[in-house]
Unconditional design. Structure first.
Length: 74
């Protein structure tokens, strides 16, 4: 499963995806989340199953969402 994470970074927020090189940096957390959602949706549209995680500045998992096909039997 591919992963996309929004993480706090010095001076802003980073978006890291297991299927890209390097991280994208943003000053705005909302802009980072929006970009992460678009990356996850695009990867899912090409057939990947993707886990999106949003982390808070204090290191807590704030949100988790799966994109792509649900497991068989659902």
């Amino acid at each position: 499963m591919a992963e996309v994470r929004v993480m706090p970074a010095e001076g802003g927020w980073s978006v890291e995806a297991s299927f890209t090189e390097g991280a994208l940096m943003f000053l705005s957390g909302a802009r980072a989340e929006s970009t992460a959602q678009r990356l996850a949706a695009a990867a899912a549209a090409s057939g990947a199953e993707v886990l999106l995680e949003i982390w808070t500045r204090d290191g807590c998992l704030a949100s988790q969402r799966r994109y792509g096909r649900p497991p068989c039997g659902w």
